[in-house]
Design a protein around this ligand. Structure first.
Ligand SMILES: Nc1nc2c(c(=O)[nH]1)N[C@H]1C(S)=C(S)[C@@H](COP(=O)(O)OP(=O)(O)OC[C@H]3O[C@@H](n4cnc5c(=O)[nH]c(N)nc54)[C@H](O)[C@@H]3O)O[C@H]1N2
Ligand SMILES: Nc1nc2c(c(=O)[nH]1)N[C@H]1C(S)=C(S)[C@@H](COP(=O)(O)OP(=O)(O)OC[C@H]3O[C@@H](n4cnc5c(=O)[nH]c(N)nc54)[C@H](O)[C@@H]3O)O[C@H]1N2
Ligand SMILES: [Mo]
Length: 768
């Protein structure tokens, strides 16, 4: 098997270590190229005025916080790219579909598909011609409704990617529950679900405790497994300010990511002219993939040792003993486990030296208020939950939760992925006020948990899932086990893809398949009561309004709330208590419904839309109130010192990290340049430690085959990866997502959260 994208992308990779800072001129140039490529010149000036500003629209790229006092341009290179790809003047019209069969389009790489521009018409797949043909909205909704009425409700999945607004998401979850299931997996299942499982057990909240202003008060930052320069670049503004106060930033990442090293703020003329970069990381530790629990265990051991010494000497304690006594539970057992942990094992698994771990622990121990940032490098591992809980343990040891300048800061992915969970998109019934929904809408909601992403895939494989509705996203491309999933997807009876641009999930057709094109957030959403406002929640739990500014890409497009409402009206028996049409006419009424369902976070929702910086939803742990069973913060024992699948004794198996380049938003590939890693022209690249490359007999700049090293009777192999010698610990290697998803077994996920273990795929490498 080869990656289909290869066929058209024949460029040979060019690799040159990138020494420029993140941001700066490189970033401006990249934005300029994108404006030209997407033919978005006319719309570009709006970026300064409206992007992430009160009265404007919220970026559709990452979920990072939008400050109350924004910068002149409150956007980054990647947010700008995401916007230009949304407001591109290119169109994927019925004429385009009439010229290409689906079989032909399946040969195209992701980049070429989305680069056709915005979808304009509802399209239905016609098997006879193997083409998509234009249909009317009325026909599409009538047919989809008819299909949905014919299924057992348990066999239908309502997936959501993380972009849809709070208003759409609320309507969507209600649609699923009125239909009769809780099958509401979302992209969070592949992402920060680990966080949503780990944090409630530890501190009684599913979300982070840090607000943007905490960055003004912190005196140390720890970062684990997040690539700031690419995936949340506006966070660099806060990090730069933190560094200007000389606050230490300690980074743990197998790869030397440029964003954590140096940054020039493109919004600052002074910095641009002098090109004077701010050094971000004060310590950079290249931990092995899956080695974080071991690192944190080592740090915890040192804290205990130094605390013992302080106690003996009668000096100030290193542990925050008052906090531990008053606010936590389980310290004794945790302490015993930390004391028992073996240094040799810690060093072996972490891949770091004792001195490195000691340096990190010293910095941590000296600080009074510490923020811990993390991303997919912690969540997408077999013991991802332990990863996150171990980080919480470390914070709890010194009382670093619930005080200014301190706390846990998971950096979320999609711009409203967190908010979707807040308003009920969840397969877990315990997270949803079902009784309230029953009372408001006079129906009996289903009470069994629904399917998460992995379970939905299992259902598709075993035939129990018959229909898949996708509110955005590119599910087939984003999930593991691509070959089997693409095969089984074709047995689905119905696939409905609500989308903005063409992607591969649209081309893996079911018996009946529709593409329903929709507006993007930056476009004016005109309904009966006038142009509409939508809302979303950022990584720091702050809720913002967003107003579209651009003319819709096409007259035929419908908004997401309208599409959801029409599917509901055509699939469900009428319910006078659910005013779908009124909601579509005025989204303020949906916000009233959200406020009625969730009075605490959303009281006076419509009155608080334009608070600069958004309004935070209440998080008890910020005030040291712990909504756990014991009403305390819990020290949780990690399940293992290593968060990955076990390594082989003979080092024949490497851990493959699948990650993002600087030129993509998830499965949307903007181009073939990962500028910040110095990798150009190709994505079929394997980043390897030179010793490993030599060990496996691969020539410098040679080609490699990657085979998943699991023994389940399935062969998962991909070939023709161009190998580059990369600064990465021996034993770990890295390649791009989504290309490598064919290598990830569906059953290798984080225990408890079922987040696919995309950061530690056990692989064998050989010359191709
Ligand atoms: N421009 C842009 N922005 C995005 C996205 C995008 O694709 N493009 N995607 C959005 C989404 S949905 C998400 S979830 C976020 C993802 O943002 P990130 O969390 O940054 O995700 P990844 O790019 O997958 O990379 C994670 C980092 O973890 C490191 N890593 C891998 N394994 C380990 C490990 O075992 N330990 C440690 N300590 N580090 C490890 C990798 O080297 C990499 O730097 O970004 C969001 N923002
Ligand atoms: N191997 C590996 N796999 C991974 C990951 C990894 O790190 N490694 N990361 C995982 C993570 S963190 C995530 S979040 C998932 C992402 O999984 P998804 O969220 O399913 O994928 P995206 O690539 O974000 O979806 C892109 C598509 O969304 C549609 N779209 C864009 N904007 C809108 C909009 O406003 N409305 C609608 N209706 N549609 C829109 C477009 O048609 C576009 O093609 O992938 C996961 N998969
Ligand atoms: Mo994500």
């Amino acid at each position: 098997m080869t990656e289909q994208g290869e066929k058209r992308v024949e460029n040979k990779v060019r690799y040159k270590h990138y020494t420029m800072p993140t941001g700066g001129w490189g970033s401006l140039k990249s934005v300029a190229m994108d404006i030209i490529q997407q033919r978005a010149l006319k719309t570009a000036p709006g970026l300064l005025k409206d992007h992430n500003k009160v009265g404007g629209y919220m970026c559709t790229s990452c979920a990072w916080a939008k400050p109350g006092k924004p910068h002149l341009g409150e956007f980054c290179e990647n947010g700008a790219k995401a916007t230009f790809w949304d407001i591109t003047s290119k169109r994927t019209t019925p004429d385009f579909f009439s010229r290409h069969t689906v079989r032909e389009l399946l040969e195209w790489p992701d980049y070429d598909l989305e680069n056709q521009g915005r979808l304009t018409h509802p399209m239905r797949y016609d098997a006879a011609s193997d083409k998509y043909v234009a249909t009317t909205w009325e026909q599409a909704f009538a047919d989809i409704g008819q299909h949905l009425k014919s299924y057992d409700p348990a066999s239908v999945v309502f997936y959501a990617s993380g972009r849809a607004s709070l208003e759409t998401s609320y309507m969507y979850q209600l649609l699923a529950r009125l239909y009769g299931n809780n099958n509401l997996p979302d992209s969070s299942n592949m992402c920060h679900e680990t966080t949503s499982v780990a944090l409630p057990e530890s501190i009684g909240t599913p979300v982070g405790t840090v607000l943007l202003e905490d960055y003004d008060h912190t005196d140390c930052i720890l970062s684990f497994g997040q690539n700031v320069g690419t995936n949340a670049p506006r966070l660099l503004h806060s990090l730069q300010e933190v560094r200007q106060r000389d606050v230490p930033v300690v980074v743990f990442n197998p790869l030397k990511e440029r964003g954590w090293q140096e940054f020039v703020n493109p919004q600052s003329p002074g910095q641009m002219l002098t090109n004077k970069a701010t050094q971000i990381a004060t310590q950079y530790h290249q931990v092995s993939a899956g080695g974080d629990i071991a690192v944190m265990m080592g740090m915890a051991k040192l804290l205990l040792t130094w605390d013992d010494e302080a106690k003996t000497a009668g000096a100030k304690r290193v542990l925050d003993v008052d906090f531990i006594a008053q606010h936590t539970h389980g310290f004794d057992i945790f302490e015993a486990a930390v004391r028992a942990a073996d240094w040799a094992e810690i060093l072996e698994i972490s891949g770091l030296s004792y001195a490195a771990i000691e340096a990190a622990a010293k910095t941590y121990a000296k600080a009074n208020a510490v923020i811990a940032i993390y991303g997919m490098g912690l969540t997408q591992h077999r013991y991802g939950v332990s990863n996150v809980q171990m980080l919480i343990n470390l914070l709890l040891m010194r009382g670093n939760i619930g005080k200014p300048g301190a706390g846990i800061c998971p950096v979320r992915g999609h711009s409203n992925v967190q908010g979707q969970r807040t308003v009920g998109i969840s397969e877990k019934t315990k997270l949803v006020p079902l009784d309230k929904l029953a009372e408001l809408y006079g129906f009996e909601p289903p009470r069994e948990d629904g399917l998460n992403t992995v379970e939905a895939c299992e259902g598709i494989v075993n035939g129990t899932v018959k229909a898949f509705i996708s509110l955005g996203g590119n599910f087939v491309r984003a999930i593991p086990e691509r070959d089997l999933m693409e095969l089984k997807w074709r047995d689905l009876d119905l696939s409905v893809q609500i989308a903005t641009k063409l992607n591969r999930s649209h081309l893996i057709t079911a018996r009946t398949t529709y593409i329903l094109p929709t507006l993007v957030r930056s476009e004016i959403d005109q309904q009966l009561s006038g142009p509409q406002i939508v809302t979303m929640e950022d990584s720091t739990t702050c809720i913002h309004a967003s107003r579209g500014k651009y003319r819709p890409a096409h007259d035929m497009l419908l908004s997401e709330p309208k599409i959801v409402a029409e599917i509901a009206k055509h699939a469900l028996a009428p319910n006078p208590k659910v005013p779908w049409d009124d909601w579509v006419g005025d989204y303020a009424l949906v916000r009233d419904a959200i406020a009625a369902t969730y009075p605490e976070p959303f009281h006076d929702f419509n009155g608080r839309l334009d608070i600069p910086g958004g309004f935070p939803r209440p998080v008890a742990a910020r005030h040291r109130q712990w909504e756990t069973e014991m009403q305390k913060a819990n020290f949780k024992l990690p399940k293992s010192l290593c968060s990955s699948f076990a390594a082989s004794e003979d080092r024949a198996i490497l851990r493959l990290i699948t990650l993002r380049s600087n030129d993509q938003f998830n499965t949307t590939v903007y181009g073939y340049d990962d500028r910040l890693r110095g990798i150009h022209k190709s994505r079929m690249v394997l980043m390897m430690n030179a010793d490993d490359r030599i060990r496996f007999g691969i020539n410098k700049n040679g080609l490699a085959r990657i085979t998943t090293a699991v023994d389940d009777g399935v062969v998962r192999t991909m070939t023709n990866f161009e190998v580059i010698d990369y600064d990465i610990p021996s034993g770990s290697c890295a390649a791009y997502y989504p290309e490598c998803n064919a290598l990830i077994p569906l059953w290798q996920y984080a225990e408890e959260s079922k987040t696919p273990a995309a950061k530690s795929v056990p692989v064998r490498i050989e010359p191709a």
